[in-house]
Design a protein around this ligand. Structure first.
Ligand SMILES: Nc1ncnc2c1ncn2[C@@H]1O[C@H](COP(=O)(O)OP(=O)(O)OP(=O)(O)O)[C@@H](O)[C@H]1O
Ligand SMILES: [Mg+2]
Length: 259
């Protein structure tokens, strides 16, 4: 089981789009995937066809419900399970005052899953907060989607700082941040400027895959299905390429016992 945190404190930087469509691309090549929705707005849960039924991540984190009772198959995406979020997740910080290791709750709750999944994708909130910290503590790798806007770049810088502070004490083997160019338009001035900054600061950490801006993504989101389920599109091809690169990163391509 390889856990990937998809994080950027900047809102609208393609975290949920990456989680849902990467899950679809990994499922397409036969991987077992769990998407954990760490955003109180529950966009990933809704996109995957799960509404709040009061059995969600908050209760799992608080130890009020076993993780198995909250995980469900995503009705709109075969081969993918979801651990949904709800608005109440926003109250987490106020409710875990008693916990000994509040940043480690998610990691602890995922442990009983053992090797049931090949990948667990964590869809992070638009913040650096207790939930995003839980994601970074639980993860093997951290992926930061970056849209070609200066504010998104600043979000990457903030996530890098968060990772640097979490790693030494709470998760020494965390890899990343790796940067995924998302909703990307190569030719624009903004994209060139953001890329130059990113290369200077994070050069080797930039993923080779690029998810191009594609109206098909918005259509798919509106229809509540992954872009891979629609007619052929640039973005679907890009997410398939991303899945291969994530497999290399996770080391699942080689040495899998159940491939
Ligand atoms: N490759 C793409 N092409 C076109 N539109 C995209 C692409 N990726 C994301 N978008 C659009 O950008 C918007 C923001 O994406 P998304 O919701 O995935 O971001 P987010 O980081 O999860 O946002 P939040 O911080 O609110 O959780 C959405 O409307 C989405 O459809
Ligand atoms: Mg989101």
């Amino acid at each position: 089981m390889w856990v990937l945190a998809i994080v950027n404190e900047k809102g609208g930087s393609a975290k949920t789009t990456t989680a849902v469509n990467l899950a679809a691309a990994l499922a397409e090549i036969g991987r077992r995937v769990l998407v954990v929705d760490l955003d109180a707005q529950a966009n990933a849960s809704l996109w995957l066809g799960v509404n709040d039924e009061g059995q969600d991540l908050l209760e799992v984190l608080l130890g009020q419900r076993a993780i198995d009772d909250a995980i469900r198959p995503a009705p709109s995406l075969a081969g993918v399970d979801v651990l949904p979020a709800s608005r109440r997740l926003g109250n987490l910080a106020g409710q875990v005052g008693w916990a000994e290791f509040p940043q480690g709750l998610l990691r602890e709750r995922l442990t009983p899953l053992g090797e049931r999944y090949d990948y667990v994708l964590l869809d992070g909130p638009r913040a650096v907060d207790l939930l995003s910290t839980n994601a970074l503590v639980a993860a093997h790798g951290a992926l930061v989607p970056l849209i070609p806007e200066t504010l998104a770049y600043l979000g990457l810088v903030a996530m890098d700082a968060a990772i640097q502070s979490v790693r030494p004490v709470l998760n020494p083997t965390l890899e990343g941040p790796r940067v995924l160019r998302s909703r990307w338009e190569d030719r624009t001035l903004d994209a060139r400027a953001v890329l130059a900054q990113t290369e200077a600061q994070f050069g080797p950490a930039i993923m080779r895959s690029v998810v191009r801006g594609d109206i098909a993504v918005r259509h798919a989101a509106r229809a509540g299905r992954p872009v891979l389920a629609g007619t052929r599109s640039k973005a679907a091809d890009d997410f398939r390429a991303l899945a291969i690169e994530v497999e290399e990163w996770a080391g699942h391509t080689q040495g899998r016992s159940d491939a």
